[in-house]
Ligand binder design. Structure first.
Ligand SMILES: Nc1nc2c(ncn2[C@@H]2O[C@H](COP(=O)(O)OP(=O)(O)OP(=O)(O)O)[C@@H](O)[C@H]2O)c(=O)[nH]1
Ligand SMILES: [Zn+2]
Length: 210
């Protein structure tokens, strides 16, 4: 897999002015984006969010998942930190695409959980690919990150592709009555680390990996 830098510009947001960097994924044709903030060249691990596209949660205010809340919280924390990076990866629906995700949601409306719905459609529970991340971050001069995620499998996958994850930072926001079951399934079947305590305490405490 290879990614090519294409262009960059400013991106003003409610939390601050980011730099938006566009990449083309030469294998899949997908257009990925990095948002950077502040100076990333200190040599210290950089606060980072590697976010998978969720049109429904990120742009359409869906309460079925926690994605939109995590996106906003990550951007806020990066500006508070003074520097950081967010990769916005175009792998909608854990890699099955938007229309298949709508089919999966239809099955979930009928009682399937998020994993069963994917499987009924003939997909694995999680089809995402993280091979582009290390290359995008290398282009930005980042080789070690403090990663905001609740997903230990994402940490493992990124490490397999050569990225140094110095710490995992919990990112537990956005729980509501519409996504309670979905979040419980992610915890029970997909290995996400979550707790009621962390839903209440949204402080960006980092967890040592040693
Ligand atoms: N197939 C499918 N994809 C979903 C569903 N709900 C959210 N997604 C997608 O799941 C992806 C986000 O995955 P999550 O498991 O929430 O998060 P994660 O990135 O693995 O873990 P965190 O870093 O903790 O957020 C996005 O691509 C969403 O579009 C669903 O019910 N079915
Ligand atoms: Zn979502």
């Amino acid at each position: 897999m290879s990614v090519k830098y294409v262009a960059s510009s400013k991106l003003p947001t409610p939390w601050g002015v980011f730099t938006m960097v566009g990449f083309e994924d030469l294998t899949s044709g997908k257009e990925h984006v990095a948002l950077t903030y502040g100076d990333l060249s200190s040599g210290e691990p950089v606060l980072a969010r590697i976010h998978s596209e969720c049109l429904t949660g990120d742009a359409l205010f869906s309460l079925r998942c926690d994605c939109g809340f995590q996106l906003q919280e990550a951007m806020k924390r990066i500006t508070e930190e003074g520097c950081g990076v967010l990769l916005y990866l175009r792998q909608e629906g854990r890699g099955i695409g938007l229309l298949n995700k709508i089919k999966a949601y239809h099955l979930q409306d009928g009682g399937a959980d998020t994993v069963e719905a994917n499987e009924k459609l003939g997909f694995a529970a999680d089809m995402r690919d993280y091979t582009m991340c290390e290359k995008m971050l290398a282009h930005l001069g980042v080789d070690s990150v403090k990663l905001m995620t609740n997903n230990p499998r994402k940490v493992k996958a990124l490490e397999q592709y050569g990225l140094k994850v110095a710490a995992r930072v919990p990112l537990q926001v956005g729980k509501n009555r519409h996504n309670e079951h979905y979040l419980a399934t992610k915890m029970g079947k997909l290995g996400h680390l979550m707790s009621e305590y962390h839903f209440q305490d949204e402080a960006p405490d980092s967890e040592s990996k040693s």
